[in-house]
Write a protein that binds this ligand. Structure first.
Ligand code: ZN
Length: 195
């Protein structure tokens, strides 16, 4: 008789993991932790980040606590494919800055049997879901939500507060312009409420 055996982790198949949360919640730190474990197990790991992310180093992903791993900076998500042929594990940081093709690319890699780990900001400073994160969350097997600590009251923080006025959706590299906030303490800057 055939017996069904439940596995806690997938076997002979790829999958997608998403790590998401607000700024200062430790997304990159968690991504680096998982990728380091894979490297220690001698798995072939490839790491990607968008070219837009100019903070710290250009050829590394770096957490706020300054942990880092070498990475490839790319402009379009389709470039991930040509660098990932031999990879067992693929890490992608700052996924919110990639084009919408990233969802199809991640699915394709997972279908090929690879483990794909994606980290990114799930909402912008107004609390609006940040594409392509919602789509990635929908197709992922595993989702981890990282919370920060509200810099105003100490509650668990799920929102990114912008402290300066700007019409841009993202101020790259301007870490001083943001704070992690809880639902109660987060607000949309007054000048932008009408948009
Ligand atoms: Zn708060």
């Amino acid at each position: 008789m055939m017996q069904f055996i439940a596995h806690q982790t997938p076997q002979d198949t790829g999958w997608i993991e998403v790590i998401c949360g607000c700024m200062f919640s430790g997304k990159t730190e968690e991504l680096i932790r998982r990728l380091r474990r894979a490297q220690i197990a001698k798995q072939d790991v490839k790491i990607f980040k968008p070219k837009i992310d100019e903070r710290y180093e250009k050829k590394k992903i770096v957490s706020h606590s300054e942990a880092s791993l070498p990475s490839i900076a790319i402009s379009k998500s389709v470039e991930i494919l040509k660098h990932s042929k031999d990879a067992d594990v693929i890490g992608i940081d700052e996924a919110q800055f990639f084009d919408d093709d990233l969802v199809e690319i991640c699915n394709h890699l997972a279908d090929e049997g690879k483990r794909v780990i994606v980290a990114g900001l799930d909402k912008d400073y107004k609390g609006v879901p940040f594409e392509p994160m919602p789509q990635l969350l929908a197709v992922a097997e595993y989702i981890s939500k990282t919370l920060a600590i509200c810099m105003n009251c100490g509650n668990p923080a799920n929102m990114t507060q912008r402290k300066v006025e700007s019409q841009e959706r993202v101020l790259v590299g301007a870490l001083d312009s943001y704070e992690a906030r809880c639902r109660k303490c987060h607000y949309i800057p007054e000048s932008e409420e009408e948009e």
